[in-house]
Design a protein around this ligand. Sequence first.
Ligand code: RB5
Length: 148
Amino acid sequence: MKIAISSDHGGNNLRREIMDLLSELGLDYVDFGPDSDASVDYPDYAVPVAHGVAKGEFDKGILICGTGIGMSIAANKVKGIRCALVHDVFSAKATRGHNDSNVLAMGERVIGPGLAREIVTAWLDTSFEGGRHERRIAKLTELEDESR
Ligand code: RB5
């Protein structure tokens, strides 16, 4: 599995923590930055990750900002992206099983590193359940086409 990860300045610490986790899990990832703690604009860091996932260059993406909200809104503007903003383990599993989310967003100012690690592990470990959820995702995809 190949993962793309980025943050804004509000998510730098948690991004480093999650990159450590991905290394510990032996997972292949590419860090899209930022390289410093200077203030940056979250769309500039969300969109390259979202494009990489949408194009199939990465299997999944992880985005972190202060709240996770800006990153998730930006990622969900990209066709083919189902980005879930998650701050609990139950939702991490549910959004993989039901929504087949391909990008995970979290807020460094919302949760601590221990919970974030559990969320990422659960999210990566959970498979899409298919079945009735396929139909619902097809409706989301139709909606994307309609709005362009
Ligand atoms: C940056 O101050 C903050 O607005 C950003 O990290 C994020 O929370 C936006 O949604």
